[in-house]
Ligand binder design. Structure first.
Ligand SMILES: CC(C)(COP(=O)(O)OP(=O)(O)OC[C@H]1O[C@@H](n2cnc3c(N)ncnc32)[C@H](O)[C@@H]1OP(=O)(O)O)[C@@H](O)C(=O)NCCC(=O)NCCS
Length: 315
């Protein structure tokens, strides 16, 4: 008789987890796995079949209100044995007494499973991708700079308005990975957008980007792309001493190949400003994801203010 067991994810499971991640062609890194476990050590799980690891699932709780389920992966040799369903049911058993609303961003394959567990569709998003960036001419100058500790309060408010609940502890953890992180500040010193660009296993990942409007998000996103084509360097720690100069790099329209890897960018379809900007910058839609929820969707956030997800596995 074969046996299935679900147990807690340990840091020593990262090598296995990253292998199934790579087999699925996903973009997360070993640093991401470590972040999931550090953020929710009691809520990340491994499925074992006859004592061997065969599947993964992570959960991420925000403010005891909303939680995300992510990284639901079953090794291709072990699929269609009920392992995916067992992992999901285990996550739900863990989360239901702890939060009012459980969310996830489903692939069409995952959705067939989540539908049967009672999840409802909320909205759709697309993964956009490019290997070649079209940087448009801009006569304007903007103040886009690395963020610092004094900006955090304003960023937290922006983020909570967009996302629906406070997720700062998780965002802060992302900035401690190899990443670049910026804010866009008006002449009156108001922070109107912030964002992160980080390195994934298969490509650069733009997100999260949160902004008051497309006018606030555009310069920030263009700054990331300009830097990436000029100087693809990632910082190891946030709040470093380096302050970026006022961005005046966007005075010419340039078409540039990216060094080595594509950029991925996950955009809610409802954010038509972000969708239009992605098209203009040379991105094309690559695949569909469906945001789904279970329970009371009391903190829906505002997709018009979400210009890039933090990741389908964390919202
Ligand atoms: C999605 C995934 C986790 C399912 O894992 P699994 O262990 O094969 O799933 P289960 O055996 O528990 O199947 C559960 C249900 O999922 C659905 N399902 C799973 N694989 C399917 C397939 N290839 N086609 C259609 N439905 C499928 C079915 O409804 C199935 O119920 P059934 O067995 O009664 O028909 C697995 O296919 C996988 O790792 N895919 C790649 C990564 C991915 O897409 N993850 C989901 C992210 S949202």
């Amino acid at each position: 008789m074969s046996s299935l067991r679900i147990r807690l994810f340990q840091a020593t499971d990262i090598a296995f987890a990253d292998t199934v991640r790579a087999l699925a062609g996903w973009n997360q890194t070993k640093d991401d796995w470590l972040r999931f476990v550090n953020h929710q050590p009691d809520g990340c799980f491994i499925a074992e079949w006859d004592g061997q690891p065969v599947g993964t699932a992570t959960t991420t709780m925000y403010e005891d209100k909303v939680a995300w389920i992510g990284m639901v992966l079953v090794h291709p040799d072990a699929r269609r044995r009920g392992i995916g369903r067992a992992l999901l049911e285990h996550c739900l058993k863990f989360l239901k007494p702890r939060v009012a609303c459980i969310k996830l961003d489903a692939t069409p394959l995952g959705k067939t499973l989540y539908d049967t567990l009672g999840f409802k569709d909320e909205w759709t998003l697309q993964r956009w991708q490019t290997e070649r960036v079209e940087l448009p001419a801009s006569p304007m100058k903007y103040h886009v700079r690395q963020w610092r500790e004094a900006d955090v309060e304003a960023m937290q408010i922006l983020d909570a308005n967009a996302f629906g609940v406070m997720r700062w502890p998780m965002v802060k953890r992302i900035t401690f990975q190899r990443a670049r992180w910026h804010v866009h500040e008006t002449v009156k010193k108001r922070i109107v957008s912030f964002g992160v660009m980080r390195k994934g296993a298969r490509g650069h990942y733009l997100g999260p980007v949160v902004a008051e409007s497309i006018a606030a998000a555009g310069p920030l996103i263009k700054e990331f792309l300009t830097e990436l084509t000029n100087q693809p360097v990632y910082w190891d720690k946030p709040y470093g001493a380096k302050e970026l100069a006022v961005s005046d790099l966007l005075c010419r329209s340039i078409l540039k190949d990216l060094p080595n890897q594509p950029i991925y960018w996950d955009i809610p379809d409802a954010n038509t400003g972000a969708v239009e900007l992605a098209r203009r910058l040379g991105f094309t839609p690559q695949r569909l994801l469906i945001r789904m929820f279970l329970g009371e969707n009391n903190w829906p956030g505002d997709p018009q203010k979400i210009f890039a997800l933090a990741g389908p596995e964390i919202g």
